[in-house]
Design a protein around this ligand. Structure first.
Ligand code: FAD
Length: 383
C-alpha cells in the first residue's frame, strides 16, 4: 500500500480540518451540554461535500475514494464524534447502501436529497430484544396487495429523530432466522411511524439517538431495497464498510487525545518543573501515540482494500476492534495527564472518553468483532 496521500486526498483532509476548526470546535462543549448538535450543521456538511463523498457524481456525490472518506471521518471524529456519527450513518450506512442496492427509481428519489442535506438517513436494525443477535429481529412486514404493512419497534437509532428516511430491516417471510429479513426505505413522515429521543447517554450526547415505533406503517412494495429475504446480508455488508468509518472516527478521538495531552503536559508545572519532563507522563503520551499510529494504519488498510475491490470484511472488524479499544485507552491516558482538570468538561478529554466508550459497543461489540475474526481464521462460527 502506498501511504503517500494524493493531491485530492491531501486537499480533502485540509478541507475537513478547516471545517472542524471553524464550524465544530467552537461549539463542542455547548452542544454536549445541550444534548443537541446545531441542526443547521447538516446543510453545512452537505455544502462541503461530506454527505456525498463516496457517492457517484450523477447522484450529487463527489465520487471520492474510501481513503478520502477515512480522512474526513478521522477529522470529524477529532472534532466531535456526534457529528462524525451523523455523517457515518447517513452517508456510510444509508446513502451508500441505496447506491449499491437501489433501483434507478430509488436512487433518483433519495440520493440527490441525501447528498445535498435536504434529507438525512438513519439505519434501523437494532430492536429492544435483538442487538448482537440482529438476525433474529421481530419487526414484521406483511404483504397487503401492492403494499407492505410494517409493525414493530427499533432501539438506539442514530439520527433517529432527525432522519427523513429510515433504512429499515423487517421480517417479510416465514423463512427461519435472518433469511426472512428484508430491507425497506421508509420515509419517517409515513403515518404510524413515531419516535422518541433517548436522553441521558454517557457520550455522543449531541446526537439524536432514538427509539422508533411502527404501528401499521404502510409502504408500497417498491420501497423494498434489494431482493426479498436479502435484507440481513445487505445490513451486514453496510456494517462491514461502516466499521471502517467507526475505526476512522476512533483514530480521530485518539489523535485529539494525543494533541490535548501533549499540549497540556507542556503547559502544566508541578514540583517546579513542566509535567512533560517526567518519565511517567511521557509514558502515558507515548502509549497514546503508539495507539494512534497502529489504529490509523489498520484503518487505512481497510480503505485501500475497498478501493482495490478486495475482500475487506475481516480487516474492517480488526480495525474497528483495535481502534475502538485504542480510543478508550488514549482518552483515558490523556485524562490522566490532565489530572483533576480532565474530569471537568471545560477541558476536552472527559468528553473524548465518554464518546469513545460506545465505539466498542455499536456496529458489533468488541466480542462480536472477535467472533467474526475467529470465524474467518478457523472456519468455525462461535456465534
Ligand atoms: P447485547 O447484544 O445484548 O450484548 C450484551 C453483551 O453480551 C455485550 O457485551 C455483547 O458483546 C455480549 N454478547 C452478545 N452476544 C454474544 C456472543 N454470541 N458471544 C459473546 N458475547 C456476546 N443500532 C442500529 O441499528 N442503528 C443505529 O444507528 C445504532 N446506533 C446506536 C447508537 C448508540 C449510541 C448505541 C448505544 C447503540 C446504537 N445501535 C444502533 C445499537 C448497537 O448496534 C447495539 O447496542 C449493539 O449491537 C449491541 O447490542 P445490545 O446493546 O442489544 O447488546
Amino acid at each position: 500500500m502506498n501511504l503517500e496521500l494524493s493531491e485530492e486526498q491531501t486537499a480533502v483532509r485540509q478541507l475537513a480540518k478547516d471545517f472542524v476548526d471553524r464550524e465544530i470546535a467552537p461549539n463542542v462543549v455547548a452542544w454536549d451540554r445541550a444534548e443537541e448538535v446545531d441542526r443547521s450543521l447538516v446543510k453545512k456538511l452537505a455544502e462541503v461535500g461530506f454527505l456525498g463523498l463516496t457517492i457517484d457524481e450523477e447522484y450529487g456525490g463527489s465520487g471520492g475514494d474510501h481513503l478520502a472518506y477515512c480522512l474526513v471521518t478521522e477529522e470529524l471524529g477529532r472534532g466531535d464524534s456526534s457529528v462524525r456519527g451523523i455523517v457515518s450513518v447517513s452517508l456510510g450506512l444509508v446513502t451508500k447502501t441505496i447506491q449499491s442496492y437501489g433501483t434507478e427509481e430509488q436512487k433518483r428519489r433519495w440520493l440527490p436529497a441525501l447528498t445535498s442535506g435536504d434529507a438525512l438517513g438513519c439505519f434501523g436494525l437494532t430492536e429492544p430484544g435483538t442487538g448482537s443477535d440482529a438476525g433474529n429481529l421481530t419487526t414484521r412486514a406483511v404483504r397487503d396487495g401492492d403494499d407492505y404493512v410494517i409493525n414493530g419497534s427499533k432501539m438506539f437509532i442514530t439520527n433517529g429523530t432527525w432522519a427523513d428516511v429510515v433504512l429499515l430491516f423487517a421480517r417479510s417471510t416465514d423463512a427461519p432466522g435472518h433469511k426472512g429479513v428484508s430491507a425497506f426505505l421508509v420515509p419517517t413522515d409515513t403515518p404510524g411511524l413515531t419516535r422518541r429521543t433517548i436522553h441521558g447517554k454517557l457520550g455522543l450526547r449531541g446526537q439524536a439517538t432514538a427509539e422508533l415505533f411502527l404501528e401499521d406503517v404502510r409502504v408500497p412494495a417498491s420501497a423494498m431495497l434489494g431482493q426479498e429475504g436479502k435484507g440481513f446480508s445487505i445490513a451486514m455488508s453496510a456494517l462491514a464498510k461502516g466499521r471502517m468509518s467507526v475505526a476512522a472516527g476512533c483514530v480521530g478521538i485518539a489523535q485529539a487525545a494525543l494533541d490535548a495531552a501533549v499540549g497540556y503536559a507542556g503547559e502544566r508545572e508541578q514540583f517546579g518543573k513542566s509535567i512533560a519532563s517526567y518519565q511517567l507522563v511521557q509514558e502515558l503520551i507515548s502509549d497514546i501515540a503508539l495507539d494512534v499510529d497502529a489504529a490509523r494504519l489498520l484503518t487505512w488498510r481497510v480503505a485501500d482494500l475497498i478501493d482495490r475491490g478486495e475482500d475487506f470484511a475481516t480487516a474492517a472488524s480488526k480495525a474497528k476492534l483495535f481502534a475502538s479499544e485504542a480510543a478508550v485507552r488514549c482518552a483515558n491516558n490523556a485524562l490522566q495527564v490532565f489530572g483533576g482538570y480532565g474530569y471537568i468538561d471545560e477541558y476536552p478529554v472527559g468528553k473524548l472518553l465518554r464518546d469513545a466508550r460506545v465505539m466498542t459497543l455499536y456496529e458489533g461489540t468488541s466480542q462480536i468483532q472477535k467472533l467474526i475474526i475467529g470465524r474467518a481464521l478457523t472456519g468455525v462460527s462461535a456465534f
